[in-house]
Ligand binder design. Structure first.
Ligand SMILES: [Zn+2]
Ligand SMILES: [Zn+2]
Length: 467
Protein backbone atom coordinates (compact mmCIF):
# COMPACT_ATOMS: atom_id res chain seq x y z
CA UNK A 1 0.00 0.00 0.00
CA UNK A 2 1.43 3.34 -0.93
CA UNK A 3 0.54 6.92 -1.65
CA UNK A 4 2.25 9.30 -4.05
CA UNK A 5 1.86 13.08 -3.91
CA UNK A 6 1.82 14.10 -7.58
CA UNK A 7 0.83 17.75 -7.19
CA UNK A 8 0.08 20.54 -4.71
CA UNK A 9 3.40 19.74 -3.03
CA UNK A 10 4.84 22.96 -1.57
CA UNK A 11 2.37 24.84 -3.75
CA UNK A 12 -1.36 25.42 -3.59
CA UNK A 13 -2.60 24.22 -6.97
CA UNK A 14 -2.44 20.96 -8.93
CA UNK A 15 -3.88 18.58 -6.30
CA UNK A 16 -3.35 14.96 -7.31
CA UNK A 17 -2.49 11.77 -5.42
CA UNK A 18 -2.06 8.17 -6.50
CA UNK A 19 -3.01 5.44 -4.03
CA UNK A 20 -2.16 1.80 -4.61
CA UNK A 21 -3.74 -1.04 -2.62
CA UNK A 22 -3.02 -4.55 -3.88
CA UNK A 23 -3.92 -4.58 -7.57
CA UNK A 24 -6.07 -1.46 -7.26
CA UNK A 25 -4.69 1.92 -8.21
CA UNK A 26 -6.66 5.15 -8.04
CA UNK A 27 -6.37 8.91 -7.89
CA UNK A 28 -7.59 11.40 -5.34
CA UNK A 29 -8.12 14.63 -7.29
CA UNK A 30 -6.63 15.49 -10.66
CA UNK A 31 -6.28 19.25 -10.59
CA UNK A 32 -4.72 21.91 -12.75
CA UNK A 33 -1.72 24.00 -11.86
CA UNK A 34 -2.60 27.67 -11.85
CA UNK A 35 -0.60 30.88 -11.67
CA UNK A 36 1.83 32.06 -14.33
CA UNK A 37 3.15 30.55 -17.56
CA UNK A 38 5.48 28.25 -15.62
CA UNK A 39 2.64 26.72 -13.60
CA UNK A 40 0.45 26.35 -16.66
CA UNK A 41 3.19 24.52 -18.56
CA UNK A 42 3.08 21.87 -15.81
CA UNK A 43 -0.43 20.91 -16.94
CA UNK A 44 1.07 19.66 -20.22
CA UNK A 45 3.76 17.59 -18.49
CA UNK A 46 3.26 13.81 -18.56
CA UNK A 47 1.39 12.32 -15.59
CA UNK A 48 3.54 10.56 -12.99
CA UNK A 49 1.39 7.44 -13.61
CA UNK A 50 -0.19 5.64 -16.52
CA UNK A 51 -3.82 6.85 -16.86
CA UNK A 52 -4.76 3.49 -18.39
CA UNK A 53 -3.76 1.66 -15.20
CA UNK A 54 -6.14 3.59 -12.97
CA UNK A 55 -9.28 1.90 -11.63
CA UNK A 56 -11.10 5.07 -10.61
CA UNK A 57 -10.73 8.71 -9.57
CA UNK A 58 -12.14 10.37 -6.43
CA UNK A 59 -12.73 14.13 -6.45
CA UNK A 60 -12.83 16.10 -3.19
CA UNK A 61 -14.54 19.10 -4.80
CA UNK A 62 -15.17 20.95 -8.02
CA UNK A 63 -12.49 23.66 -7.92
CA UNK A 64 -10.40 23.42 -11.07
CA UNK A 65 -7.14 22.98 -9.13
CA UNK A 66 -8.66 19.68 -7.93
CA UNK A 67 -10.64 18.57 -10.99
CA UNK A 68 -9.26 20.41 -14.03
CA UNK A 69 -6.97 17.72 -15.44
CA UNK A 70 -9.58 14.96 -15.55
CA UNK A 71 -10.31 15.66 -19.26
CA UNK A 72 -6.58 15.38 -19.90
CA UNK A 73 -6.66 11.92 -18.32
CA UNK A 74 -9.53 11.08 -20.66
CA UNK A 75 -7.61 12.44 -23.63
CA UNK A 76 -4.85 9.98 -22.71
CA UNK A 77 -7.28 7.08 -22.69
CA UNK A 78 -8.76 6.98 -19.18
CA UNK A 79 -12.36 5.71 -19.18
CA UNK A 80 -13.11 4.42 -15.64
CA UNK A 81 -15.49 6.09 -13.13
CA UNK A 82 -14.94 9.46 -11.43
CA UNK A 83 -16.68 9.55 -8.02
CA UNK A 84 -17.80 12.76 -6.31
CA UNK A 85 -20.75 14.09 -4.29
CA UNK A 86 -23.89 14.99 -6.31
CA UNK A 87 -23.34 18.80 -6.14
CA UNK A 88 -19.68 18.33 -7.11
CA UNK A 89 -20.74 16.26 -10.15
CA UNK A 90 -23.05 19.08 -11.26
CA UNK A 91 -20.45 21.79 -10.67
CA UNK A 92 -17.64 19.80 -12.30
CA UNK A 93 -19.78 19.49 -15.42
CA UNK A 94 -19.99 23.26 -16.00
CA UNK A 95 -16.44 23.87 -14.85
CA UNK A 96 -14.81 21.33 -17.14
CA UNK A 97 -16.76 22.58 -20.17
CA UNK A 98 -15.73 26.13 -19.33
CA UNK A 99 -12.14 25.07 -18.80
CA UNK A 100 -12.09 23.18 -22.11
CA UNK A 101 -13.38 26.26 -23.91
CA UNK A 102 -10.60 28.34 -22.34
CA UNK A 103 -8.04 25.69 -23.37
CA UNK A 104 -9.30 25.76 -26.96
CA UNK A 105 -9.20 29.58 -27.10
CA UNK A 106 -5.73 29.59 -25.61
CA UNK A 107 -4.45 27.03 -28.13
CA UNK A 108 -6.00 29.01 -30.99
CA UNK A 109 -4.29 32.18 -29.84
CA UNK A 110 -0.95 30.37 -29.48
CA UNK A 111 -1.42 28.78 -32.89
CA UNK A 112 -1.90 32.18 -34.54
CA UNK A 113 1.31 33.37 -32.88
CA UNK A 114 3.17 30.18 -33.78
CA UNK A 115 2.13 30.39 -37.41
CA UNK A 116 3.37 33.95 -37.70
CA UNK A 117 6.70 32.70 -36.38
CA UNK A 118 6.67 29.81 -38.89
CA UNK A 119 6.08 27.18 -36.22
CA UNK A 120 3.57 24.34 -35.88
CA UNK A 121 0.01 24.48 -34.54
CA UNK A 122 -0.49 24.30 -30.78
CA UNK A 123 -2.67 21.47 -29.39
CA UNK A 124 -5.02 22.39 -26.55
CA UNK A 125 -4.51 20.65 -23.19
CA UNK A 126 -7.92 19.16 -23.96
CA UNK A 127 -11.02 20.18 -25.88
CA UNK A 128 -14.77 20.27 -25.20
CA UNK A 129 -15.21 16.73 -26.51
CA UNK A 130 -12.68 15.45 -23.96
CA UNK A 131 -14.56 17.37 -21.27
CA UNK A 132 -17.88 15.85 -22.34
CA UNK A 133 -16.34 12.36 -22.20
CA UNK A 134 -15.01 13.11 -18.72
CA UNK A 135 -18.45 14.31 -17.59
CA UNK A 136 -19.99 11.02 -18.70
CA UNK A 137 -17.67 9.22 -16.26
CA UNK A 138 -18.99 11.10 -13.20
CA UNK A 139 -20.70 8.91 -10.60
CA UNK A 140 -22.42 10.65 -7.68
CA UNK A 141 -21.77 9.37 -4.15
CA UNK A 142 -23.79 10.67 -1.18
CA UNK A 143 -22.14 12.13 1.90
CA UNK A 144 -21.59 9.88 4.94
CA UNK A 145 -22.30 6.58 3.18
CA UNK A 146 -19.47 4.04 3.09
CA UNK A 147 -19.01 2.83 -0.48
CA UNK A 148 -16.89 -0.20 -1.38
CA UNK A 149 -15.13 0.73 -4.61
CA UNK A 150 -12.76 -2.19 -5.04
CA UNK A 151 -11.52 -5.13 -2.95
CA UNK A 152 -9.92 -3.53 0.10
CA UNK A 153 -10.99 0.03 -0.72
CA UNK A 154 -13.94 1.72 1.01
CA UNK A 155 -14.55 5.47 0.94
CA UNK A 156 -16.76 7.84 2.91
CA UNK A 157 -17.26 11.42 1.68
CA UNK A 158 -17.59 13.85 4.61
CA UNK A 159 -18.69 17.48 4.31
CA UNK A 160 -15.57 19.71 4.20
CA UNK A 161 -17.55 22.97 4.44
CA UNK A 162 -15.37 24.60 1.74
CA UNK A 163 -17.72 25.04 -1.24
CA UNK A 164 -21.01 23.42 -2.19
CA UNK A 165 -20.43 19.67 -2.47
CA UNK A 166 -16.90 19.78 -1.04
CA UNK A 167 -15.70 16.71 0.81
CA UNK A 168 -12.87 15.29 2.78
CA UNK A 169 -12.35 11.60 2.19
CA UNK A 170 -12.07 8.84 4.73
CA UNK A 171 -10.56 5.77 3.12
CA UNK A 172 -10.41 2.34 4.68
CA UNK A 173 -7.79 0.31 2.93
CA UNK A 174 -6.99 -3.35 3.40
CA UNK A 175 -4.24 -5.48 1.92
CA UNK A 176 -3.35 -8.98 3.10
CA UNK A 177 -5.13 -8.52 6.40
CA UNK A 178 -3.47 -5.20 7.15
CA UNK A 179 -5.95 -2.36 7.60
CA UNK A 180 -5.04 1.28 7.17
CA UNK A 181 -7.23 4.33 7.47
CA UNK A 182 -6.32 7.39 5.39
CA UNK A 183 -8.00 10.79 5.45
CA UNK A 184 -7.57 13.31 2.64
CA UNK A 185 -8.66 16.71 3.94
CA UNK A 186 -9.38 18.18 0.50
CA UNK A 187 -9.75 21.91 1.15
CA UNK A 188 -10.94 22.58 4.69
CA UNK A 189 -13.62 25.26 4.88
CA UNK A 190 -13.85 28.17 7.24
CA UNK A 191 -16.53 27.52 9.89
CA UNK A 192 -19.50 29.92 9.82
CA UNK A 193 -19.25 30.56 6.09
CA UNK A 194 -22.63 31.57 4.77
CA UNK A 195 -24.83 29.17 2.75
CA UNK A 196 -22.98 25.90 3.33
CA UNK A 197 -22.54 23.82 6.46
CA UNK A 198 -19.44 23.79 8.66
CA UNK A 199 -16.70 21.20 8.12
CA UNK A 200 -17.48 17.83 9.72
CA UNK A 201 -15.02 16.38 12.16
CA UNK A 202 -13.87 12.82 12.70
CA UNK A 203 -11.52 11.40 15.26
CA UNK A 204 -9.53 8.54 13.85
CA UNK A 205 -7.10 8.02 11.05
CA UNK A 206 -3.72 6.40 10.57
CA UNK A 207 -2.60 8.86 7.91
CA UNK A 208 -3.82 12.42 7.52
CA UNK A 209 -3.11 14.18 4.24
CA UNK A 210 -3.92 17.76 4.99
CA UNK A 211 -4.02 21.07 3.16
CA UNK A 212 -2.00 23.99 4.53
CA UNK A 213 -3.05 26.97 2.38
CA UNK A 214 -3.27 29.34 5.33
CA UNK A 215 -0.85 27.47 7.58
CA UNK A 216 1.05 30.68 8.29
CA UNK A 217 -1.83 33.14 8.43
CA UNK A 218 -4.85 34.05 10.42
CA UNK A 219 -7.79 35.76 8.76
CA UNK A 220 -7.85 39.31 10.05
CA UNK A 221 -11.33 40.14 11.13
CA UNK A 222 -12.01 43.80 11.79
CA UNK A 223 -15.60 42.95 12.48
CA UNK A 224 -17.95 41.20 10.13
CA UNK A 225 -16.86 40.81 6.48
CA UNK A 226 -20.19 42.17 5.27
CA UNK A 227 -19.57 45.40 7.22
CA UNK A 228 -16.14 45.78 5.62
CA UNK A 229 -17.71 45.27 2.21
CA UNK A 230 -20.46 47.79 2.98
CA UNK A 231 -17.84 50.42 3.92
CA UNK A 232 -16.05 49.97 0.58
CA UNK A 233 -19.33 50.25 -1.32
CA UNK A 234 -20.24 53.39 0.58
CA UNK A 235 -16.93 55.03 -0.32
CA UNK A 236 -17.25 54.05 -4.00
CA UNK A 237 -20.79 55.36 -4.09
CA UNK A 238 -19.61 58.68 -2.60
CA UNK A 239 -16.86 59.20 -5.21
CA UNK A 240 -18.64 57.57 -8.16
CA UNK A 241 -16.04 54.82 -8.53
CA UNK A 242 -16.53 51.21 -9.50
CA UNK A 243 -15.95 48.24 -7.22
CA UNK A 244 -14.28 45.30 -8.98
CA UNK A 245 -14.32 41.97 -7.16
CA UNK A 246 -12.37 39.11 -8.76
CA UNK A 247 -14.12 36.00 -7.52
CA UNK A 248 -14.18 32.29 -8.18
CA UNK A 249 -17.35 31.61 -10.14
CA UNK A 250 -18.21 28.74 -7.86
CA UNK A 251 -18.68 29.42 -4.18
CA UNK A 252 -17.17 32.83 -3.73
CA UNK A 253 -19.58 34.58 -6.12
CA UNK A 254 -22.64 33.07 -4.41
CA UNK A 255 -21.25 34.04 -1.02
CA UNK A 256 -20.78 37.64 -2.20
CA UNK A 257 -24.34 37.73 -3.50
CA UNK A 258 -25.52 36.49 -0.13
CA UNK A 259 -23.70 39.33 1.64
CA UNK A 260 -24.71 42.01 -0.88
CA UNK A 261 -28.32 41.02 -0.53
CA UNK A 262 -27.96 41.39 3.21
CA UNK A 263 -26.23 44.79 2.88
CA UNK A 264 -28.93 46.21 0.60
CA UNK A 265 -31.69 44.83 2.80
CA UNK A 266 -30.28 46.27 6.03
CA UNK A 267 -28.82 49.66 4.95
CA UNK A 268 -29.89 52.48 2.64
CA UNK A 269 -27.00 51.67 0.27
CA UNK A 270 -28.06 51.14 -3.31
CA UNK A 271 -25.72 50.25 -6.18
CA UNK A 272 -26.15 48.15 -9.30
CA UNK A 273 -24.34 44.80 -9.06
CA UNK A 274 -23.23 42.92 -12.18
CA UNK A 275 -22.19 39.29 -12.13
CA UNK A 276 -20.08 39.22 -15.26
CA UNK A 277 -19.27 35.56 -15.64
CA UNK A 278 -21.48 33.12 -17.52
CA UNK A 279 -19.95 30.33 -15.44
CA UNK A 280 -20.92 32.09 -12.20
CA UNK A 281 -24.51 32.43 -13.44
CA UNK A 282 -24.68 28.71 -14.22
CA UNK A 283 -23.06 27.86 -10.88
CA UNK A 284 -25.63 29.98 -9.04
CA UNK A 285 -28.35 27.93 -10.73
CA UNK A 286 -26.71 24.71 -9.41
CA UNK A 287 -26.60 26.20 -5.91
CA UNK A 288 -30.35 26.78 -6.18
CA UNK A 289 -30.84 23.14 -7.17
CA UNK A 290 -28.87 21.83 -4.18
CA UNK A 291 -30.62 23.54 -1.32
CA UNK A 292 -30.37 20.29 0.65
CA UNK A 293 -26.72 21.23 1.30
CA UNK A 294 -27.54 24.65 2.78
CA UNK A 295 -27.08 25.54 6.44
CA UNK A 296 -30.05 26.67 8.58
CA UNK A 297 -29.47 30.37 8.01
CA UNK A 298 -29.53 29.96 4.23
CA UNK A 299 -32.66 27.83 4.48
CA UNK A 300 -34.44 30.71 6.17
CA UNK A 301 -33.62 32.94 3.18
CA UNK A 302 -34.70 30.37 0.63
CA UNK A 303 -38.26 30.90 1.81
CA UNK A 304 -38.11 34.71 1.48
CA UNK A 305 -39.32 36.46 -1.68
CA UNK A 306 -36.77 36.34 -4.49
CA UNK A 307 -34.97 33.43 -2.83
CA UNK A 308 -31.40 33.51 -1.74
CA UNK A 309 -29.51 34.83 -4.77
CA UNK A 310 -31.84 37.56 -6.03
CA UNK A 311 -32.29 41.21 -5.21
CA UNK A 312 -33.43 44.20 -7.29
CA UNK A 313 -29.91 45.61 -7.78
CA UNK A 314 -28.55 42.36 -9.25
CA UNK A 315 -27.89 41.84 -12.96
CA UNK A 316 -26.31 38.90 -14.79
CA UNK A 317 -24.44 39.60 -18.01
CA UNK A 318 -23.82 36.85 -20.50
CA UNK A 319 -22.63 38.08 -23.91
CA UNK A 320 -19.24 39.70 -24.50
CA UNK A 321 -21.09 42.83 -25.71
CA UNK A 322 -22.97 43.14 -22.43
CA UNK A 323 -19.66 42.70 -20.63
CA UNK A 324 -18.00 45.43 -22.70
CA UNK A 325 -20.92 47.79 -22.06
CA UNK A 326 -19.93 47.79 -18.38
CA UNK A 327 -16.81 49.80 -19.33
CA UNK A 328 -19.02 52.86 -19.77
CA UNK A 329 -20.77 52.63 -16.40
CA UNK A 330 -19.74 54.29 -13.15
CA UNK A 331 -20.73 53.62 -9.56
CA UNK A 332 -21.30 49.91 -10.07
CA UNK A 333 -20.11 46.67 -8.50
CA UNK A 334 -18.68 44.05 -10.87
CA UNK A 335 -18.14 40.48 -9.68
CA UNK A 336 -16.18 38.56 -12.26
CA UNK A 337 -13.87 35.56 -12.62
CA UNK A 338 -11.21 34.37 -12.36
CA UNK A 339 -10.72 34.55 -8.62
CA UNK A 340 -6.99 35.27 -8.88
CA UNK A 341 -7.51 37.72 -11.76
CA UNK A 342 -5.08 35.82 -13.98
CA UNK A 343 -7.69 34.85 -16.57
CA UNK A 344 -11.26 35.57 -17.62
CA UNK A 345 -13.30 38.71 -18.04
CA UNK A 346 -12.16 40.32 -14.83
CA UNK A 347 -8.91 41.25 -16.58
CA UNK A 348 -10.84 43.59 -18.89
CA UNK A 349 -12.48 45.26 -15.91
CA UNK A 350 -9.14 45.66 -14.15
CA UNK A 351 -7.66 47.18 -17.29
CA UNK A 352 -10.46 49.75 -17.40
CA UNK A 353 -10.51 50.52 -13.69
CA UNK A 354 -7.10 50.00 -12.07
CA UNK A 355 -5.71 53.32 -13.35
CA UNK A 356 -8.61 55.34 -11.88
CA UNK A 357 -8.01 56.61 -8.34
CA UNK A 358 -11.73 56.41 -7.54
CA UNK A 359 -11.90 52.66 -8.31
CA UNK A 360 -11.84 49.93 -5.70
CA UNK A 361 -10.61 46.38 -6.12
CA UNK A 362 -11.66 43.93 -3.43
CA UNK A 363 -9.65 40.73 -3.00
CA UNK A 364 -11.74 38.06 -1.30
CA UNK A 365 -9.85 34.81 -1.78
CA UNK A 366 -6.45 33.18 -1.77
CA UNK A 367 -4.04 34.60 -4.37
CA UNK A 368 -1.30 32.25 -5.55
CA UNK A 369 2.19 33.41 -6.39
CA UNK A 370 2.62 35.02 -9.82
CA UNK A 371 -1.07 35.81 -10.23
CA UNK A 372 -2.42 39.29 -10.93
CA UNK A 373 -4.34 39.21 -7.65
CA UNK A 374 -1.16 38.56 -5.69
CA UNK A 375 0.64 41.42 -7.50
CA UNK A 376 -2.13 43.83 -6.56
CA UNK A 377 -2.08 42.64 -2.93
CA UNK A 378 1.71 43.02 -2.86
CA UNK A 379 1.23 46.67 -3.85
CA UNK A 380 2.67 46.64 -7.39
CA UNK A 381 2.20 50.12 -8.86
CA UNK A 382 2.26 48.96 -12.49
CA UNK A 383 0.91 45.75 -14.00
CA UNK A 384 0.65 44.35 -17.52
CA UNK A 385 -2.77 43.34 -18.80
CA UNK A 386 -3.16 42.09 -22.40
CA UNK A 387 0.33 43.37 -23.14
CA UNK A 388 -0.52 46.90 -21.99
CA UNK A 389 1.09 48.61 -19.03
CA UNK A 390 -1.52 49.81 -16.55
CA UNK A 391 -0.86 52.13 -13.58
CA UNK A 392 -2.41 50.95 -10.33
CA UNK A 393 -4.13 53.96 -8.76
CA UNK A 394 -7.24 52.17 -7.50
CA UNK A 395 -7.73 51.32 -3.82
CA UNK A 396 -6.85 47.68 -3.24
CA UNK A 397 -8.71 46.02 -0.33
CA UNK A 398 -8.53 42.56 1.12
CA UNK A 399 -11.41 41.02 3.05
CA UNK A 400 -9.83 37.88 4.45
CA UNK A 401 -12.83 36.96 6.59
CA UNK A 402 -14.53 35.93 3.34
CA UNK A 403 -12.09 33.13 2.63
CA UNK A 404 -13.48 29.66 1.88
CA UNK A 405 -10.35 28.25 3.52
CA UNK A 406 -9.80 27.62 7.19
CA UNK A 407 -6.97 29.78 8.53
CA UNK A 408 -4.10 28.63 10.73
CA UNK A 409 -6.15 28.49 13.95
CA UNK A 410 -9.09 26.82 12.21
CA UNK A 411 -6.85 24.21 10.54
CA UNK A 412 -5.33 23.39 13.92
CA UNK A 413 -8.76 23.21 15.54
CA UNK A 414 -9.98 20.82 12.82
CA UNK A 415 -6.87 18.63 13.14
CA UNK A 416 -7.11 18.62 16.94
CA UNK A 417 -10.21 16.41 16.76
CA UNK A 418 -8.07 13.52 15.54
CA UNK A 419 -6.22 11.28 17.91
CA UNK A 420 -2.59 11.73 16.77
CA UNK A 421 -2.28 9.88 13.43
CA UNK A 422 0.75 7.75 12.63
CA UNK A 423 1.78 10.42 10.16
CA UNK A 424 0.38 13.73 8.96
CA UNK A 425 1.43 14.74 5.45
CA UNK A 426 1.03 18.41 4.57
CA UNK A 427 0.25 19.51 1.02
CA UNK A 428 -1.64 22.31 -0.75
CA UNK A 429 0.37 25.19 0.72
CA UNK A 430 3.33 27.33 -0.24
CA UNK A 431 6.53 26.26 1.58
CA UNK A 432 6.35 28.75 4.44
CA UNK A 433 2.67 28.03 5.11
CA UNK A 434 3.22 24.26 5.10
CA UNK A 435 6.32 24.40 7.29
CA UNK A 436 4.72 26.73 9.81
CA UNK A 437 1.73 24.40 10.15
CA UNK A 438 4.10 21.42 10.40
CA UNK A 439 5.77 22.98 13.43
CA UNK A 440 2.45 23.84 15.08
CA UNK A 441 0.99 20.36 14.55
CA UNK A 442 4.11 18.85 16.11
CA UNK A 443 4.46 21.30 19.00
CA UNK A 444 0.81 21.86 19.89
CA UNK A 445 -0.80 18.52 19.05
CA UNK A 446 2.14 16.11 19.13
CA UNK A 447 1.44 14.99 15.53
CA UNK A 448 4.34 13.44 13.63
CA UNK A 449 4.22 15.68 10.55
CA UNK A 450 6.04 16.07 7.24
CA UNK A 451 5.69 18.47 4.33
CA UNK A 452 5.43 16.43 1.13
CA UNK A 453 7.87 16.87 -1.74
CA UNK A 454 6.59 16.68 -5.30
CA UNK A 455 6.23 13.02 -6.39
CA UNK A 456 7.21 11.79 -2.94
CA UNK A 457 6.00 8.27 -2.17
CA UNK A 458 4.75 7.28 1.28
CA UNK A 459 4.54 3.67 2.36
CA UNK A 460 1.17 3.14 4.06
CA UNK A 461 1.99 -0.21 5.65
CA UNK A 462 4.76 0.21 8.16
CA UNK A 463 3.87 3.28 10.19
CA UNK A 464 4.72 5.90 7.62
CA UNK A 465 7.66 7.15 5.63
CA UNK A 466 11.07 6.15 6.90
CA UNK A 467 12.65 9.55 6.63
ZN1 LIG B 1 -10.97 24.54 -3.26
ZN1 LIG C 1 -7.67 23.82 -3.47
Amino acid sequence: MFLQVCGAAREVTGSCYVVEVGVTRFLVDCGMHQGGEKEEALNFAPFAFDPLELDFVLLTHAHIDHSGRVPRLVKEGYSAPVYATPPTCDLVEIMLLDSAYIQEMDAEWRTRKARRAGRRNVEPLYDQEDARKAIRLLKPVEYSKPVALAPGVTVVFHDAGHILGSAFLELQLEEQGEKVRVVFSGDVGQPDQPIIRDPEIIERTDYLIMESTYGDRRHVRDGRPEDELAEILKEAKRTGGNVIIPAFAVGRTQELLYFLREIFASTDLDMPVYVDSPLASRATEIFRQHREEFDDEAWRLVREPGGIFDFPQLHYTSSADESRALNEKRGIVIISASGMADAGRVRHHLKHNLWRPESHVVIVGFQAQNTMGRRLLDGDKRVRIFGEEIAVKAHIHEISGLSAHADQAQLLAWAAHFQPPRLTILTHGEPNAAMTLERLLEDNLGFRTVVAEKNEIFDLEEGGSDR
